[in-house]
Design a protein around this ligand. Structure first.
Ligand code: ADP
Ligand code: ASP
Ligand code: MG
Length: 437
């Protein structure tokens, strides 16, 4: 059995829902994970925002528009009036549930209930459509098996046990369907796996059932060698190592949620990135073997803050770095990049929240400078240090751009460079020109 996950654009219109149904119907007994229709989760965030601000009229207007959108989809999706009525009833139940949050109290708890409705609506539309087509599909409620523990990490044992029980209860199903993104937390409350988290759902399910493969179906034909939103003429990479994919996802390749790689890697389950609009395209295969001696792709991560600590006390001293890192640990702020010299150390973080407190603490150890609005450019490939010339090519490609930090040798798979926000697109383009053309 495979896990097939379809993102928001893939189920974004009635026609696309029909296309996905066609696609999954011809691929055997698999488990299908759906995101919300594109735009829906953003609309639910907007509704919650109105409710936080006690703007009931704003919330109500937005809910009405959302309802109208789904009613139009239903009109187009089903072929009989009876099926339309069924779907209208199911969607109205969800919409009225969203409407019910018009009381005085609106907290994170209520917001999470609202955010869950997008995946609940997309799956009910798909479930009813597959049924109308005569397919014996079983809808597995994600909240019955997807759960996080007290550290907000997936409770993998629980997921495995509950999911197997559900699958075994329906041995005759031709297809299983479930919601991406949503889960319950350790206290049984509605929760989610963060924005873009349906990829994580697919990967956690793949690991739980030891799937043959995890397929992430989206709106592009695989992981491209550069960010197609900023660079023209990018091309899909046919194969990536798990580590390479993890670096690219973490450093900004939006096609894959960063958390999605680990469960697949730990269980050695191949992940394939495929295009719903072009199903015959080869896409990208992510597994634990990959072509060597090449640079595969480039990605960029925005909103990076660089912090430099310069200190004479670092010279010939031990324990200095530990003290510096402890400050970041105390403030629960992860470090992305690091570069050191004998008299100073520069690190980057991607979170503004604790910067002032961190800087205050660091000042006990040296002179501190902060650079905001920086971008990490990450070049990924087979960059084992014995391979000659790759790092020279990367640095050479960026010779006209000021580079604030370089990090190389941390893994066999990447070189990271820190540049200013205003140089990001030029840097990405220069790298494509030098490395891939
Ligand atoms: P979904 O809604 O299916 O989860 P996403 O919007 O999360 O889809 O991810 C797909 C998008 O990722 C593409 O449309 C593309 O613009 C963007 N993207 C960014 N970097 C890359 C890359 N290196 N390769 C492919 N797509 C990328
Ligand atoms: N619907 C959620 C979001 O928009 C989860 C996902 O699409 O992966 O973030
Ligand atoms: Mg996504």
């Amino acid at each position: 059995m495979k896990v097939l996950k379809f993102g928001g654009t893939s189920v974004g219109t009635a026609q696309r829902i029909k296309n996905v149904a066609e696609l999954v119907a011809s691929r055997g007994k698999n488990l299908i994970v759906l995101s919300a229709m594109s735009g829906t989760t953003n609309t639910l965030v907007e509704i919650s925002d109105y409710l936080y601000k006690k703007n009931l009229a704003g919330a109500s207007e937005t809910i009405n528009a959302l309802e109208a959108k789904y009613m139009r989809v239903i009109d187009e999706l089903y072929s009989t009036e009876e099926a339309r009525e069924d779907a209208r009833r199911a969607i109205k139940e969800r919409i009225n549930f969203i409407r019910s949050f018009n009381k005085d109290i609106f907290t994170l708890f209520e917001e999470k209930e609202i955010l869950a409705q997008g995946e609940l609506m997309s799956t009910v539309l798909m479930y009813n459509y597959l049924k109308e087509r005569g397919i014996n599909v079983v809808l597995l409620p994600a909240v019955d098996f997807m759960r996080t523990n007290k550290n907000a990490e997936p409770d993998t044992e629980y997921i495995k046990e509950k999911l197997w029980a559900l699958l075994n209860a329906h041995p005759d199903a031709e297809l299983y369907l479930t919601q991406g993104y949503i889960c319950r937390n350790a206290y049984g409350e509605m929760d989610n796996l963060q924005r873009g988290g349906s990829d994580y759902t697919a990967s956690l399910i793949g690991a739980a059932i030891h799937a043959d493969e995890i397929e992430i179906w989206t709106d592009i034909d695989g992981m491209h060698n550069n960010d197609p939103r900023y660079v023209e003429g990018t091309r899909p990479v046919s194969r990536l190592h798990f580590e390479e994919a993890a670096e690219l996802a973490y450093f900004g390749a939006k096609i894959l949620h960063p958390t999605c790689v680990l469960p697949a890697k730990l269980n050695n389950i191949p992940v394939r990135l495929l295009n719903t609009m072009q199903p015959e395209a080869e896409g990208t295969l992510i597994c634990n073997t990959t072509p060597t001696h090449t640079i595969k792709a480039v990605a960029a991560k925005d909103n990076i803050i660089a912090i430099k600590i310069k200190s004479g006390r670092m010279l010939l001293a031990y324990g200095f770095l530990r003290k510096v890192f402890e400050i970041f640990e105390t403030h629960r702020t992860p470090i992305d990049m690091i570069a050191t010299s004998e008299v100073g150390v520069s690190v980057t973080i991607d979170n503004e929240r604790n910067v002032n407190a961190i800087v205050d603490d660091l000042k006990k150890f040296g002179t501190v400078t902060v650079d905001r609005d920086m971008v990490i450019i990450c070049v990924v490939g087979d960059l084992e240090w014995q391979n000659r010339g790759f790092e020279a090519e990367v640095v050479n490609a960026l010779k006209d751009i000021p580079v604030r930090m370089i990090s190389y040798g941390g893994s066999n798979y990447n070189i990271s460079l820190l540049v200013r926000k205003e140089d990001k697109i030029r840097a990405l383009k220069m790298l494509s020109q030098h490395l891939f053309n």
